[in-house]
Ligand binder design. Sequence first.
Ligand SMILES: Nc1ncnc2c1ncn2[C@@H]1O[C@H](COP(=O)(O)OP(=O)(O)OP(=O)(O)O)[C@@H](O)[C@H]1O
Length: 742
Amino acid sequence: MLAAGAVGTMQNRSERDTFADMYAGRLARLWAVERGLVFGRLDHSDEGRLYIGKIGLTDDEQQRLLIDWRAPVAQPFYRATSTAPMGVTRRRHLQTKGRAVVGVDDDLLDLDSLTDDDRATLNGEAALLAALDERRTGRMRDIVATIQSEQDRVIRSDLNGVLVVQGGPGTGKTVVALHRAAYLLYTHRERLERRGVLILGPNLTFLRYIEQVLPSLGETDVLLSTVGELYPGVTATARDRPEVAALKGGLRMAEVLAKAVRDRQKVPRQPIELTVGRITLTIDRSMLEGAKNKATRSRRPHNQARAVFVRSLLNALARQQARKIGKGLIDDEELADLREELRTEPVVKAALNRLWPYLTPQRLLLGLYGSADRLDHAASALTPEERALLRRDGGQWTDADVPLLDEAAELLGDIDEHVLRASALQAEEELAAARQAEESEREAELAYAREVLELTGLSDVMEAERLAERQRGGGPYLTTAERAAADRTWAYGHVIVDEAQELSPMAWRAVMRRCPTRSMTIVGDIAQTGSAAGARSWAESLDPYVAGRWRQERLSVNYRTPVELMAVAARVLATIDPALQAPTSVRELGVEPWSAPLSALPELVKAEVGEGGKVAVVVPDALLSTLGTEITAAVSGAVVVSPEAGRAKGAEALDAPVAVMGVTDAKGLEFDSVIVAEPDLIAVQSPRGPSDLYVALTRATQRLGVVHGRPLSPALQGLASRSNGLRPALQPPVRPAPPAET
Ligand SMILES: Nc1ncnc2c1ncn2[C@@H]1O[C@H](COP(=O)(O)OP(=O)(O)OP(=O)(O)O)[C@@H](O)[C@H]1O
């Protein structure tokens, strides 16, 4: 298509582009599923043989060659057992390298047909254990070949309603949620392709970690985002202290914002005098009250109610003007003429802007944070100490600000497009004028113009404008996910929230707005809640929206952390709440967790790197920069993930041999080897510190150590000590039996 070049009529060209896009998409999808394209075979007692793979394929005669794993006929591959064989006599797992089969592993489900030899070599779990033992690459991989039955139930659960998937660390919640997205897109293609699927994750590094999974399943059009990226045009680059995040995340902020908007609709005590030409007009209190009442009764959001306010006030002023110039009673037409004349008078415009300003969410929020007076008024329901926590001048947006911006956008409503365009143009003109100014003035003016754009949120408006232009003007084709990402009011067909226990009540409001049909999958573990504003129970988070209408599935088997490591984590879990149950690990490796002095950290990191695989050092937030510097100086290629790091840094950390990070950035990730520094400092760094420690201790797939200067708490005492590069008590790992020969 591309070689044909851009020739012919406009229609020809546009057809060519459409086909080129379509083929490119198909090609990308086929490349993405190349690894492990076919991984299973089902032998049925009656229907013969079916091959199961990542996508469905037919030959030129439309004969089925490969069944998509999501198709209903593929279900026995995941669900059949020897007690309920679902018509299957044998299930075969195929391991491939490139296009060659390198191993097979059979489950014989019809036990009567087994020979004695079969019985001796039968090992149904070999494929799973082989997959779990593989070294980590820094990116999550799909698990289509080894989905377990309890996971399959979650993946194929009905599209409608809210499904909560509760499970301990490593139970596959994330990977299962991603496979569910692929399954739902396959089964409800028509509905979901149009409305899109949104997946929310806890941080940008995590999004990088999971971003390959859906493309590898042939699905490319899903939007991955964090709550901090949910508001188009704003990127949260800072993190609030726990007490500030907790305050901003609380529902009281909804009322504070509503009040802050009302406070911007002013009725001054003193009348306002305006000189228009040779006469003086007066805006008095009763005119203002009347206009404000009409605007409030219109029940429109602030920026749209402004039109009602302005019209009412201009009518009153026009009548006053008519009286003053001796016209007495005027008809509607004359009234309209006078009103339009007044509308363009600079003094009138300025007065209207003071009385009922157009507001962007950014301007409202910064205006509130930036003024102690405004805070005292709007946030009178908060204590003085709480109000002080909100005070700030400018600065970067934080994750906790984003749901507040979203809430403000609801209260304010959109600004008329022509007003936006005019203001954006004006701001751009100011910028251009500043560029031409004298060198000495230039810097200051430029900075000012930029600040204006930034503070008023017009920089985003212009972004949005450009995007709208792309959409209108036949620019590059936008996918559903791209269009949805740019539109704050987009209603998704399905929303998946991962690490959902971290969402604050204000964040839930923002998420629920994006899914009016409430078709959602909520994935998380209440015991891992780290955010001070996060959930203490699913009911507390969800009942305000779907009371009695959400269903829960539990995942109980840990596929990540070996038994030896999980035993340590379980002791920490018991300190949070003795009633909490750690998931059961599926593997035993014979490698004991160890402890060592903090001073040995750089040496131990080197030793771990020497053993191979990806290494993470999880540290208390307060020590991130010192320990980060120490490790990057000692180990080449080590990368520190700081809260400000964007997606690029996150990806760098995943690819590095060693990554140093706080617990918030380690959420949802996994590494071959993990060293937790000063565990007891992690446990006290925030009110949810013990949960943070539990998260840190459950990130490893193979090896775990702790280094400490402070005494260890009882839960961590008794670990084998390791002060040099040597690993204590290394025992030969218990390996599963080799797969059956065929
Ligand atoms: N059926 C399976 N086959 C192969 N690997 C699996 C299977 N289920 C889970 N895993 C692997 O187990 C690991 C943990 O999965 P995942 O990260 O989804 O767990 P999680 O429940 O989200 O954990 P956490 O709550 O700690 O973030 C991943 O490496 C995943 O690929």
